[in-house]
Design a protein around this ligand. Structure first.
Ligand code: SAH
Length: 487
């Protein structure tokens, strides 16, 4: 059996800047072979095996030859392979060579275009690559002279009227500006450098040919970055986007982009996911359900597994006709409603007037320390923590829509990760969730009303005054909004 290789462009960084075909190929893939610049947020929801062939500037985890061979080997195993490359697969980054190698070995392949950083990265920093008043052409050039194999035609480049964009040029910045000036470009020509364009840690500086190297050094900017030369750079002050949550990197528990994901992204934040616990159904005896009573649902999965057992015993929803169904948080309400059940309200632990028997459904561990008096606790499943593969120092805050999401994350963290998490701002949706966060030892808990709009507003309030997220719009000798650790 012969597999298939898709060379997919991941886009410049923001995970939503991916084509529909690229998205489908990722979902269908058996294995994804990806580069350093690819945003991990694109990979975290995938079931496929993931292989990092990350190229660091001076250190290649895999040589190009090894990557080529790996693609052929995986395809010959009959796998659907996605070769995920930053930006567009055919704009530098050796995508053309990979295609040739596959063609020579008769491996079926396709190219799925991506949005190149060389164009979109400028727009993300408020620079239109062309403009009727300033540039009627653009030129995309590798600044990595070794990659080109020979010296560039600097005279030709310096005499272009249009916008010049250098990729892979940061180490050669001094040499690039010197060549351009020596070949006739005015030292006052505006230059911008944009690092990690469209990623949460995007930064941009603006200066001119004579001074950009110094500004870049002062601001400690490095690869990956775009060097943009031309009068269009002058539009940056006017057009740089300013969204309320720009520059924030937030962690949420949902694997699939959810309503919360969309609301946060639309306000300018970047959102990534953490893995939830593995859920293993438990065997339990069904209580006598014929006379009704009160059923307290602490999380939706618990109800789901209860329902599975009901079905296996020949009962559907109607068997619960005489039961009052109560929940312990709004997420359970919402999910029950999606499953066609409208809950009778929230369970109040202080209230002892509920109709007997009061049966509570939940996860084994969670139920064991759940306060309150119940006729029976039924653990319908057991959750096993998964080791979290995330670098928490890269996040500004985490959002917990439910108690289980908080315990899942904490339990999956190692000691170092926990240390960081304890002090990290945690937005807890609802007071029960906030209490669970405190119980788990988290110290920077912000309880918010359990609606997505309230979360977005609370995040905005929390970070608007942080000095590290300057919203200053001065660019010359200055840095654009940047929140946290940069790497
Ligand atoms: N195929 C990619 C380019 C690969 S070459 C594309 O179409 O975008 C790698 C270079 O691209 C980096 O050295 C950097 O100059 C540039 N680059 C890629 N993504 C970038 C980003 N998000 N921000 C700034 N520069 C980026």
């Amino acid at each position: 059996m012969s597999g298939f290789v898709s060379l997919v462009g991941a886009g410049p960084g923001n995970p939503e800047l991916l084509t529909l075909l690229g998205k489908r190929r990722l979902q269908e893939a058996d294995v994804v072979v990806y580069d350093r610049l690819v945003n991990p947020a694109l990979l975290s929801p995938l079931m496929a095996e993931k292989i990092d062939v990350g190229k660091l500037p001076h250190h290649h985890k895999f040589s190009q030859y090894q990557i080529n061979d790996l693609l052929v080997k995986l395809a010959r195993e009959g796998k659907r392979v996605v070769r995920l490359k930053a930006g567009d697969p055919y704009v530098f980054g050796r995508g053309g060579e990979e295609s040739q190698y596959l063609r020579e070995r008769n491996v079926a392949f396709e190219v799925v275009p991506g949005i190149t950083s060389a164009i979109a990265g400028l727009g993300a920093a408020g620079i239109p690559i062309t403009h009727r008043d300033f540039a009627s052409s653009f030129h995309i050039i590798t600044g990595h002279h070794k990659a080109a194999g020979k010296e560039l035609d600097w005279r030709n480049i310096a005499h272009q009227e249009g916008t010049i964009v250098f990729l892979m040029g940061m180490e050669e910045l001094g040499r690039i500006t010197q060549h351009l000036i020596e070949n006739g470009k005015s030292p006052q020509t505006p230059v911008a450098v944009i690092q990690w364009a469209t990623h949460w840690k995007q930064r941009a500086v603006k200066s001119d040919l004579a001074n950009i190297s110094q500004v870049v050094t002062e601001n400690k900017m490095s690869s990956p970055a775009l060097i943009v030369v031309g009068d269009v750079v002058g539009l940056m002050d006017e057009l740089y986007p300013h969204l309320p949550l720009q520059g924030l990197h937030l962690l949420v528990p949902f694997k699939e982009p959810s309503q919360l994901f969309a609301k946060l992204q639309d306000q300018g934040a970047a959102v990534n996911f953490f893995d939830r616990r593995l859920k293993m159904p438990l065997k339990f005896d069904l209580p006598d359900i014929s006379h009704g009573g009160t059923l307290v649902v602490t999380d939706f999965a618990a109800f789901h597994f209860f329902q599975q057992t009901l079905l296996a015993s020949g009962f559907d929803h109607r068997a619960l006709l005489y039961w009052q169904i109560l929940t312990t948080n709004h997420m359970v309400d919402r999910k029950l409603r999606d499953a066609g059940i409208i809950s009778d309200g929230n369970f109040d632990m202080e209230n002892s007037q509920y109709r007997d028997p009061v049966i509570v459904l939940g996860e084994q561990q969670t139920l064991s320390h759940l306060p309150g008096h119940y006729s029976e606790k039924i653990a319908t499943y057991q959750a096993k923590p998964v080791a979290q593969q995330i670098d928490l120092t890269n996040f500004h805050a985490v959002i917990f829509p439910s108690s289980a999401s908080a315990s899942d994350l904490v339990e999956g963290c190692d000691a170092d990760q926990r240390q960081r998490l304890v002090l990290m701002p945690c937005f807890a949706m609802g007071t029960m969730v906030a209490e669970e966060c405190h119980r788990l030892g988290l110290e920077n808990v912000i309880a918010v009303e359990p609606t997505f709009d309230a979360v977005v507003n609370a995040v905005e309030r929390k970070f608007q005054n942080e000095s590290s997220r300057s919203t200053s719009r001065q660019f010359r000798d200055n840095i654009s909004p940047n929140p946290a650790k940069d790497n």
